[in-house]
Design a protein. Sequence first.
Length: 634
Amino acid sequence: MSSLSIGIGLLFAVGLAAALVVMVRDVVTRSNGSGLVMLLGLGTLFLGERMLGEGSVRLPVGGLGLALVLGSVGLRYYAMNNSEGERQDAHRRALVWSGVAAASLLLYGLTLQSVTDMLGFDDPDALGRWQGVWWSLFPIGVLIGLIPTFMIDRLLSVHPVKMPAGAVNSLQVTGVNAALAIALLFPVNYLASASNADADLAYFRTTKPGESSKAIANTLVDSIEVLLFFPAGNDVGREILPYFEELSEGSGGRLSVQMVDQALDPALAEELKIRDNGHVVLRMGEVTEKFKLNTNIDRAKRELRKLDSTVQKHLIKLTRGQRTVYFLAGHGEANWREKDDQLRKINLYKRDLLEGTMSLKVKTFGLADGSANEVPEDADVVVVAGPLKPLLDDEVETLKRYWDAGGSMLVMVDPEGDPLTDLLAHLGVQPGNAVLAHAQTHAQLRGGPADRVFIATNKYGSHTSVKQLSRNSQVAHMVFSTAMAVTKTEETQNKVTTLIRTVPNTWEDLNGNYLADPDEPKQVFEIAAAITRPLDEVDDDEPQEGRAIVIGDVGFLSDVLVSRLQANAVFAMDTFKWLTHDEEIAGEVESEEDVKVQHTREEDWLWFLAAVVAVPGMVLLAGVLFIRSRQRRS
């Protein structure tokens, strides 16, 4: 624990003790209410349970908070017995509401691990539903008990001698109504988040060439002519011309740009089979690639925001030719048609990244296609996407021979499926023993402790496939779902380079309880590795080495995560560029499209505390100071 943390803890303890002494003194000497003591206890309990989360500090802090809550009830009973008449009746009513707030903590107790273990929840989804119900109800009970208590306390302090007739009854009704009104915000907030509506109010800007597109232009061998078919003065033509001019400047004269009006040059348009304006044609010798943009600037804005990825797709296809990637099938692999488990559906990965941006041809092959004999000759990369059922021995041998001959493979392991021990040992790595988890640094996808296996990290190596992520590691956070460790074996002669590590204090959740038990030490784990093996005999036109990337997770490519996290998509593309021996064009793809922000649990807590505690606290403090200044003047 750092000295800063210790200092903050000591300041908090001193402040807590001082505030508690003042509150208890007021109750004992003036028979005032103890609502503030209860609020202090609830805040301390919240600190121990929800912010500290686990460890040796949680129990004493949470115990102190519970003691303060129960102590506030005892102080209320003391004040009631030492009061008379209407004040005694007011304390009696407040005692009832304080009891309601304290009893609501029993609902929270139903969500504790000791209780859920006793009830025998083996299904994480059922456990999540059980905890969700009580987590939703107990704050409402606390509000219903706490707000009337505060209002009665305020009445007691304003009228120390004689209470107004009927004031306590009126305040009780008002307090309950206020509590229910605040509680109504919970489902309203849920419905608002579930029915999210977007409006594009941002300024418009055409994307500039990204690093990857510039690298393609810089490494051109043959000349490419870019023909922009737009009429003179067209807004869309004026927007895209600077983009291609910037590409041209870095190409060493091998990429030229020309603006053409289809109506004024019918011969060229006929040659290229262009029938109207709005087309962009990339021509290299007799081979052409083309795409169309809307000539209306308002309608073309969405297309222009992702211009760089569109151009890169056609440049790769034009200069590299058609590449083919084969996904092994027939063993329950993650695929683009998955319906049951959304964390194994990789449709966006296949459609938008591989077929879209990288212009790869995607195919599948299984036993019926000869997976037990040989990999198809046109395979540039073979993907083994987390099979749930074991591969046949012949299939494993086929993959080994393919890699030994200079093939490229992307292998992903699912902790609930085939560990691929034999294949990974041949590559030079071994899988971990269980799913990795982290108490703080994880994404919130389902709610509850089960989210701890959705680990987040920004710890990257120095390999080409993670160069871009490493350079932007402060903002490029990846999220993995149920990831396993991937470590180098001692006996391998292959070159194994670590690509991604977890953040510190990650553990292997051996018993699946989402807690770091004593036999589950916290440490840093390697979860992705690049592997190379030089070939004994090579030709100039053939690969010089076998290449493989092994990742202890397949869910990071799922639609759920790729659509939300740009870092996941960048890693998915840059790994393929390295596997297809196109690492020189790895780099950033520019886009002005809005990207959904995904926070880690730590970042969510900061936003939560800022919105719920810091800002209201500042407003409350300002109000108290203002009222005190008015009282002093009067």
